[in-house]
Design a protein around this ligand. Structure first.
Ligand code: NAP
Length: 484
């Protein structure tokens, strides 16, 4: 182990930027960020589809140490969030330590060090590796018959083709998750005709997105005023109520959310046939809740059609439905989500005695408290497997995780050691987590979603937000082995 710890961070998205800033503050001098693309911002760099915005209130969707008084809207647009991260990256001079266009291909723990190979000829070494590779990163394209036969344009929502004008086009959007709903809301009325292919209806909470006035932005320059406006108590109470609603579908919060969603549908869709098509058959919150006041008006525009008949195949002309109807299209947008079980992968990762991460994750990805994996010492993950995901700020989640990791790094620095989470503790943690996850609405609510892993178990933190904060407040050192 080198006296000056060398830390490798994988990814220059929200979590990688956070890790670099916190490590610098902590006095670590030798930090490298490996970023496979040529820009920062992760998901906010990759996603640029029309209508993209975040459904966490703008002022709360920031680092706690870098609030932003200048947000334009109550809920920020994708481009503005990307600019926020780019600005912080530059402000902290992270370009000096970031290797762009450098994709890590393998990580091997050898003789007490992490050996890092990349797509470049050079190899690197690190004492500590922090994986900040994101969750929603690898686009998922469904295995639809004929997908490659289509003669028109087709792309995934995370790879938007901005060179293509949709104005005179017949556009099909497949998928009704948060992404598909935002795209349809933005494109309705902007194309020759828009077809929305919905396999499963979604519950929607109304969300009016107002803008902040210049006077308000001026007021928010004073951190005291901004803090007051952010009303932390109310915000975190809402987060806690929401997290309890996920655990107990009969809780007051769950009932209130269900009532608001049903009322939203009832009030805004008047055609009974359309209402039936848009009425989900599962419990609200089973799938990630959609926040939108724009979708119901959008889908009722004359230039927009909701298609609920299942897709049979894709032909050279468009999408053929199971009833053999053909929807003739110029463009198909796949808002079909992401492969969410990748995390560090496709990096080939080998721990103590050459154990492979692919083998350890054969059934599904597991990590102690989402952060540490047994036999992979000094390797820590931000927003790793089974962590809190939901309708709240992943920045806040990553900050708590980073504080926990810093506590471990403190020990590594002091004792010049490796920290390895114990296998039995991890397995027992995962058993408890899986048992609790099976009681949540993600499991009992009668739906499928990206929250479920390959074993059908919700891949998420199945306790409350307060429980998460408590768990992150200090590492339980009994869970770890110190290899000196
Ligand atoms: P998603 O929630 O996984 O939704 C994918 C959609 O594609 C679903 O409607 C799914 O239908 C449909 N689909 C998949 N395969 C299909 C097939 N073969 N035929 C027809 N439909 C198919 O993905 P996403 O919308 O990209 O959202 C992913 C996550 O990103 C969200 O849950 C959220 O965490 C995050 N996000 C957040 C925001 C925000 O802050 N506002 C915005 C966008 C995304 P089924 O439901 O029937 O499976």
């Amino acid at each position: 182990m080198s006296k000056d710890l060398r830390v490798a961070i994988i990814g220059a998205g929200m979590a990688g930027i956070l890790a670099a800033i916190k490590l610098k503050e902590f006095g670590i001098k030798n930090i490298s960020i490996f970023e496979k693309a040529n820009g920062v911002g992760g998901t906010w760099r990759d996603n640029s589809y029309p209508g993209l915005h975040c459904d966490v209130p703008s002022h709360h969707y920031t680092y706690s140490f870098e609030r932003n008084p200048n947000w334009s809207n109550f809920y920020s647009s994708g481009p503005e969030i990307r600019e926020y991260f780019e600005g912080i990256f530059v402000k902290n001079k992270l370009e000096q330590i970031c290797l762009f266009n450098t994709e890590i291909t393998s990580l091997s723990f050898k003789e007490g060090l992490w050996e890092i190979t990349t797509n470049k000829a050079k190899t690197y070494e690190a004492d500590i590796v922090i994986g900040a590779t994101g969750v929603l990163h690898h686009p998922y394209l469904p295995d639809l018959e004929g997908i490659n036969n289509f003669d028109g344009y087709k792309f995934h929502s995370a790879k938007w083709d901005h060179g293509l004008s949709l104005k005179e086009k017949k556009v099909g959007v497949i998928g009704s998750g948060s992404t598909g709903i935002q795209i349809v809301s933005a494109l309705s009325g902007q194309c020759r005709h828009l077809y929305h292919f919905q396999r499963t209806a979604q519950w929607m909470m109304p969300l009016e997105n107002g803008s902040f006035s210049d006077e308000e932005k001026l007021l928010f320059q004073d951190p005291k005023n901004l803090s007051e406006a952010m009303n932390f108590e109310e915000y975190f109470d809402a987060v806690e109520i929401y997290s309890q609603a996920l655990l107990d579908k009969d809780s007051i919060g769950a009932n209130e959310i269900a009532f608001a969603c049903k009322e939203n549908l009832e009030k805004n869709i008047h055609d009974e046939v359309l209402k039936k098509k848009l009425t989900p058959d599962h419990t609200p919150l089973c799938k990630r809740l959609i926040w939108s006041s724009d979708y119901y008006p959008a889908i009722q525009k004359p230039e927009c059609t909701l298609i609920t008949k299942p897709i049979k195949k894709i032909t050279n002309e468009g999408i053929e439905l199971l009833d053999s109807n053909l929807i003739d299209l110029d463009v198909i947008v796949f808002a079909t989500g992401f492969k969410v079980d990748q995390f560090l992968r496709p990096i080939k990762t080998f721990g103590i005695d050459g154990i492979s991460l692919d083998d350890y994750w054969k059934e599904y990805p597991k990590a102690y408290l989402s952060i540490a994996i047994p036999k992979f010492p000094n390797l820590f993950l931000l927003n790793g497997p089974n962590g809190p995901v939901g309708n709240f700020s992943l920045i806040d989640i990553a900050e708590h995780q980073m504080n926990y990791i810093l506590d471990l790094i403190k020990i590594i620095r002091k004792r010049q050691c490796h920290i390895d989470v114990k296998t039995d503790i991890t397995e027992s943690y995962e058993r408890d987590r899986a048992a609790a996850a099976k009681k949540t609405v993600w499991y009992t609510g009668g739906c499928t979603s990206w929250y479920l892993n390959a074993a059908g178990i919700p891949a998420s933190w199945p306790w409350t937000y307060k429980d998460f904060k408590k768990e992150m407040s200090k590492p339980d050192l009994e869970a770890f082995e110190l290899i000196e």
